[in-house]
Design a protein around this ligand. Structure first.
Ligand SMILES: [Zn+2]
Length: 126
């Protein structure tokens, strides 16, 4: 991807702690922020409006999300500890970025961000 990716520290912390709370279920959060020609900045997370207890990313109806141009993508957790996207993940890509956090959800070492091609992206924490 030709844009630089920036993520606020508070977003990283929220994603990690939400994944810990949901474990061993999968957690799903919307990544909110803005983009311009050069960069994508993720500044906030939001629990998806249709999320229910026990919902997983693979079972989540992304097509029913309201159109919201501040949503840059979706974050979800892998309770299995696998820090890589599944085939289903790549088929369900929503937005510009996909963030995956894998068990044990301790630091950004347990996080990857992917572009639509499934390529891991370097990102900077603000
Ligand atoms: Zn996944």
């Amino acid at each position: 991807m030709d844009k630089e990716v920036f993520v606020k520290r508070s977003v990283i912390d929220s994603i990690l702690s939400y994944a810990q709370i949901c474990h061993p279920r999968e957690s799903i959060l919307l990544l909110k922020g803005k983009t311009d020609k050069k960069k994508i900045v993720i500044s906030d997370v939001q629990i998806p409006p249709l999320a229910t207890h026990g919902s997983s990313f693979s079972g989540f109806p992304l097509s029913r999300l309201p159109i919201d141009f501040s949503v840059m993508g979706v974050a979800h957790s892998h309770p299995s500890g696998a820090l890589r996207p599944s085939v289903t993940d790549l088929n369900k890509f929503y937005g510009r970025l996909m963030l995956i956090t894998a068990y044990p959800y301790q630091t950004e070492q347990n996080i990857i961000i992917l572009d639509r091609k499934g390529q891991p992206q370097n990102y900077k924490i603000l």
